[in-house]
Design a protein around this ligand. Sequence first.
Ligand code: HAM
Length: 427
Amino acid sequence: MSKSLQAIRGMNDILPAQTPVWRYLETTFAQLLDSYGYSEIRLPILEFTDLFARGIGEGTDVVDKEMYTFLDRNEESLTLRPEGTAGCVRAVLEHGMTGGGQVQKLWYAGPMFRYEKPQKGRYRQFHQIGVEVFNQPGPDIDAELIVLTARLWKKLGMSDAVTLQLNSLGSSEARATYRDALVSYLQQHFDQLDEDSQRRLTTNPLRILDSKNDQTQSLLADAPTLHDYLDDESRAHFDGLKRRLDAAGIAFEINPKLVRGLDYYGRTVFEWVTDKLGSQGTVCAGGRYDGLVSQFGGKPTPGVGFAMGIERLVLLMETLELVPEELNLPAHAFICAFGEAAELAALGLAERLRDALPGLRLLVNAGGGSFKSQFKKADKSGALFALILGDDELAGRVVGCKPLRDDSEQQSIAWDALPERLAACLA
Ligand code: HAM
């Protein structure tokens, strides 16, 4: 195939064999969020570049290296959204949804774009389901978000495969003081830092904490920790969250090096991780961003949320063999019709059956063909029954009903009796 007809690297087609599990995940999640009182919001995929530069932060990998940015015909710089939080904050502000302390509990789903190096679990177009809550400052809502994700893992059968990592980043003042302390410690060991961390020392020093470089990590063992710099309010907030998680029976691990790659976070941050997917093991991540709305020009408005990567959840479900069998249900019946009169009758009969039996999975042969070829198609479709309609059946207003999955005999069934007979296989 010529190169111009290939999909872009890191952007995947999701083929029919995979879409049932995607739909299953999306509907399971939507129903769960409904039951917790969250509403769906649908947001544009393109935004002005400035939104992400200001929201996610210059100096982050996402903004500096990973955005799909271009000028439109009006010379405006636009960017394919690399994540959903910044756009959601823009939308609630633009529509006055958070004024007067209004609480918003929102969720969204859709594609995100980052120019990352593709590998298993990491793509350039990937999909997130995300949740954002506004005007709820307490640790109770942080706990609710974690509790509802834990319920999702339970529903999907993957509770044992994921663990919760938790940290508090404190207030922006506490972080700034800590940043200075960390920078002055690391500057003394500048030559021993890996190249990336040397660069980050001036752009985004906290990200050095989650460096994958062994030597950098061993230097960090003696570095000051963020926890020693936490302000009292953040400490109380974090304690409140931990108490609630304990009360809800949700196990967590405190990870003082969990800093996240987006600049808007303060106080609570968390990640659900698995060791079953190799290096891309974070399936869900989020935290609190109380400063973001005011940074975008709104009144100070607490915000907290998370997003999960659908591709990673699909991979995890496949790895753990958790995809429910009933997602790939075969058709109930396949109508074979021979001759034009039978074909015309089959069309009407099929529609009457669909009216009578919502939920019936019914295929009708298209493209004519001999008895043998239609029967072969019916068999290959996986349908439970072939419903056969030729001149004789037409004259008697009956169909031949041939079970395809066992050796039972073919029966002749009157058209009027068909809905009742087929209803049995819907039960
Ligand atoms: P994030 O950690 O950048 O956070 O992404 C959230 C999740 O999206 C990751 O944990 C991962 O499962 C998935 N993900 C990220 N990048 C990729 C990729 N290249 N390929 C496949 N999956 C990926 C955010 O995006 C924040 N907006 C989350 C949030 C919402 N925080 C508060 N509210």
